[in-house]
Design a protein around this ligand. Sequence first.
Ligand code: NI
Length: 136
Amino acid sequence: MKITVSRRAHFNAAHRIYRKDWSDEKNNEVFGKCSNPNFHGHNYELVVSVTGTINPETGYVIDIRDLKSIIRSEVEDYLDHKNLNLEVEEFRTLNPTAEHISVVIFNRIKPHINPEHNLKITLYETARNFVTYSGE
Ligand code: NI
């Protein structure tokens, strides 16, 4: 029997989606307003889900307090109120799209989770636009 435990989190961050090797025209054509050279912000909503079997001793898959503190240290402290392009190491070489942000978040949380558990990241860039990543 597998059960999924999830915790929601939130952070604000600024970004710009563009390629340095493309002209302003080409960036604007491909990325539209998201390539605005002056950056723009999003209120990111995050759902971190951990799937596994229930520990018979505790009745938990994962102690949600542990999940809360992992998200705080690995995601909120790392990304909240940051300019992703300028201040976050991973995005020096990666476009900070919702897809790439999800992969970065996954890779930061994964080492702290029981290796037998499955981790899934759901990241909302807006209320209607979201991506999911499970490490595949
Ligand atoms: Ni954007």
